[in-house]
Design a protein around this ligand. Structure first.
Ligand code: EMZ
Length: 383
């Protein structure tokens, strides 16, 4: 098996019964596995809510390490849309030419740094650095902030020792409190200031609400981007012809990005809490219990995707759900797509080949299922 291969552990269960079950800290999850069911449940926000106890729709649940609601992620319509309207335009800024140009400089530099070294551990020395530096653009804060963020590691709520690390969460919260105070004292053009000036239903956002948006901005696009970037690099290392093809047919790059995101599905699933007794794939789901919208499984559903376990770079019909589906589709998707686009362009321009020297897989355990989401570490040589 190639290092860059991501297999699909859900296939049998998806075909045979359509759902899977797992426990998570004594709060079980019924996972919807088929594309159609995942989309249907995601669409039905009245029965499957996001606005449950903060942290509960995340799997593994974060209820024990945070009580601040992430916004708009953990809010249901209609309020969800009102919050979303405040941030929507801001999160589309990655499409602006000057944003893209700045992103190009950042990614060029990260690649140059990798080329200058004998080898790099891609998670910590490449992808985390790239993600953190790129995030300064999304926040519109000084580049130097990225050094603090890099020191937090790949996940703001998880550490090597613990899947849920309250100490780490505290570091993030204290940092955010300070930044909000700074922006109150001297407003600027950054996301904090933007949120401080914003109004919903004629009222200013509270500090708690602002914090909810900011935590999401830090947490939601961290390990996911890091996995997408690292997995892409590993893929191109093992498929140099694919990179060559994109060089010769740049019009395929946008298709390739969607296909890589489908294939990697950096976020395996997201939960919802049932508001009433219901069923998922004819399986009973009781009120106040959780379901999982398994994006990774849906993205390999052979009834929707031909050759689902292959990366088909020029796949044209690609209704993947790697960024979620429906009301809550990923707010950071524009930024994520731009990162991958610029990264591919930079690799085409600057890199002849990439060698994988050593790799340790990062495997998630979801009940009986084990899914590779990326790497714990991967040593690479850029040529
Ligand atoms: C939450 C989540 C959002 C959660 C789209 O995903 O990402 C997870 O990595 C965080 O731990 O708190 O932000």
């Amino acid at each position: 098996m190639k290092n860059s291969e991501i297999s699909d552990p859900f296939e049998k269960a998806r075909l045979e019964k359509g759902f899977g079950e797992m426990d998570d800290q004594n709060d079980p999850v019924v996972m919807a596995l088929r594309h159609k069911d995942v989309r249907r449940c995601a669409h039905n926000w009245k029965t499957f809510q996001s606005g449950a106890e903060p942290g509960r729709i995340v799997i593994p649940s974060e209820v024990n390490i945070r009580d601040i609601r992430q916004i708009p992620f953990e809010v249901d319509p209609p309020m969800h849309g009102d919050y979303r309207a405040v941030v929507e335009q801001w999160f589309k800024r990655p499409l602006e030419a000057n944003y893209e140009a700045s992103l190009k400089c950042i990614i060029d530099e990260v690649v140059e740094e990798a080329l200058a070294k004998d080898s790099v551990e891609a998670i910590t020395e490449f992808s985390l650095v790239l993600q953190s530096r790129a995030l300064t653009l999304l926040f519109n804060v000084p580049f130097s902030e990225s050094e603090t963020w890099i020191s937090w590691g790949t996940h703001v709520f998880r550490s090597d020792e613990s899947a849920l690390d309250a100490g780490k969460a505290t570091i993030l919260y204290d940092y955010i409190d300070k930044q909000i105070e700074n922006s109150i004292a001297s407003p600027g053009e950054d996301l904090y200031s933007k949120l401080l000036a914003a109004e919903v239903h004629g009222k200013k956002l509270t500090k708690e609400e602002i914090k909810g948006v900011i935590i999401l901005t830090f947490a939601g696009g961290r390990d996911t981007i890091i996995n997408a970037v690292t997995n892409s690099i590993a893929y191109f290392a093992e498929h140099p012809k694919s990179l060559e093809r994109l060089k010769n047919e740049p019009e395929l790059i946008n298709f390739a990005i969607e296909e890589l995101i489908r294939y990697f599905s950096p976020l395996t699933q997201m939960g919802r809490v049932a508001t009433e007794d219901t069923v998922v794939c004819e399986h009973a789901v009781k009120a106040d219990t959780r379901i999982g919208l398994n994006w990774a499984s849906a993205n390999r559903d052979a009834t929707v995707f031909e050759n689902p376990n292959e990366v088909v770079l020029d796949r044209k019909m690609n209704p993947h759900v790697a960024f979620g589906f429906g009301t809550h589709n990923c707010l950071g998707a524009t930024h994520a797509r731009q990162i991958l686009k610029v990264l591919i362009h930079t690799l085409i321009e600057k890199v002849n080949s990439i060698e994988i020297i050593d790799a340790k897989e990062n495997i998630e355990t979801l009940g009986e299922f084990k899914r590779k989401v990326g790497f714990k570490s991967i040593q690479l040589k850029f040529n």
